[in-house]
Design a protein around this ligand. Structure first.
Ligand code: PLP
Length: 368
């Protein structure tokens, strides 16, 4: 590598791997927690009509006022709270980190969790402290509280439900973390639509709590839109760090359109939750798999030892792309994650999975 690059790119960036997104062309895509449903023809025409007069020559509304008002209602944001929009919640994580970064400052999160918390800590020049979850992916409270005491984290991220494990942490334990935190706690509710609980109404109870949501997992991953709700004081500071016009005009109009048809997305969410129940039940039918409970739109399961990579590859040969987490090791050893799809997609997945498990068994039997 050029000496110039070696000299000037920060060492921690040189050491990073760029976020990898596998090519899914020709495959049934069950790797990224996307909603499998698209808009029907009638709705697609209405959406295109809504975009027809988009003033492409003008900068968008820097405050995205119309969209923000709709999101406040759609996401049940408390009256006293303010919100800030991001180009996906990924951008909001980055905005929070930029506003609070310092070389001696720490971001803390349980692990395994959403990888962007750690990556963005590195981008922002912050320390990262990961606290291992217990084997059942619940919070290890003694470990977490002592890590908070020791590192005095500026920011704690809690994904609720957690990705890639799918579970909701115990509410009382999240509350204990908020109470013990010296800095800000961000409850990341990316999977809120599929979960039975939320901290949105708790913003008013804690001065150090903000709640993050996204429209990605409810069927709009393509428009890149997330929001952060919190006390006006916090949001006002974050808003200074936000680049002007971060929500483009097509996203503003599309988001506004989608939220005017919230019922369509609610029905899709309902269908996905029904399919999740079926998928969980059918996966549990394979005695050789350990299947973890899910309050999200995906299911994490553990294969027999050393089989995850092979099963992942057999699925891919069968034109089904899921996520292989076994490479991360640790608590995720032998783990695969599948996004809940349409009934047809889930059947196709289970069909190939069944064959993969059978062929593993017959190989084991042949070895004797
Ligand atoms: C997918 C995901 C996000 C990212 O959401 P975007 O709005 O698409 O950037 C954030 N947090 C968690 C826990 C996620 O799983």
């Amino acid at each position: 590598m050029s000496d110039l690059i070696q000299r000037w790119i920060r060492p921690e960036i040189l050491a990073l791997q760029a976020y990898h997104v596998p090519d899914a062309s020709g495959l049934i895509k069950l790797d990224a927690m996307e909603n499998p449903y698209t808009l029907d023809d009638a709705m697609q025409s209405q959406w295109l009509e809504a975009l027809r007069n988009a003033p492409l020559n003008r900068y968008p509304d820097p405050e995205a006022r119309a969209l923000r008002d709709r999101l406040r209602v759609a996401m049940d944001v408390p009256r006293s709270a303010e919100i800030i929009l991001g180009n996906g919640s990924d951008e909001l994580i980055q905005i929070i980190a930029m506003a609070m970064a310092g070389p001696a400052r720490t971001i803390l999160a349980p692990e395994p969790t959403f990888v962007m918390y750690k990556m963005i800590a590195t981008f922002a020049g912050m320390q990262f402290k990961g606290v291992p979850l217990k084997a059942d992916f619940s919070l290890d409270m003694p470990m977490t509280l002592s890590a908070i005491e020791q590192t005095q984290p500026a920011i704690i991220f809690l994904a609720y439900p957690n990705n890639p494990t799918g579970n909701l942490f115990e509410r009382s334990e999240v509350e204990a973390i908020i109470a013990a935190a010296p800095g800000l706690v961000v409850v990341d509710e990316a999977y809120h639509a599929f979960a039975g609980d939320s901290f949105m109404n708790d913003i008013e109870r804690y001065e150090n709590l903000v709640v993050m949501r996204t429209v990605s997992k409810m069927g709009l991953a393509g428009i890149r839109l997330g929001l952060l709700a919190g006390a006006p004081g916090w949001i006002g500071e974050f808003n200074k760090v936000r680049l002007p016009y971060n929500i483009n005009v097509l996203t503003q109009l599309s988001g506004d359109f989608a939220l005017r048809h919230q019922g369509v997305f609610d029905r899709q969410t309902f269908a996905i939750c029904e399919q999740r129940a079926i998928l969980l039940e059918q996966l549990a039918g394979y005695r050789e798999l350990e299947v973890f409970p899910s309050q999200a739109n995906f299911v994490l399961f553990r294969t027999p030892p050393g089989q995850a990579e092979r099963i992942f590859e057999v699925l891919k040969q069968g034109k089904i792309l899921i996520k292989n987490l076994s490479k991360q090791g640790g608590l995720l050893h032998d783990c695969l994650r599948v996004t809940v799809g349409t009934p047809e997609q889930n059947r196709a997945f289970l069909d190939v999975l069944g064959k993969a498990l059978q062929s593993g068994e017959s190989k084991a039997a042949a070895r004797g």
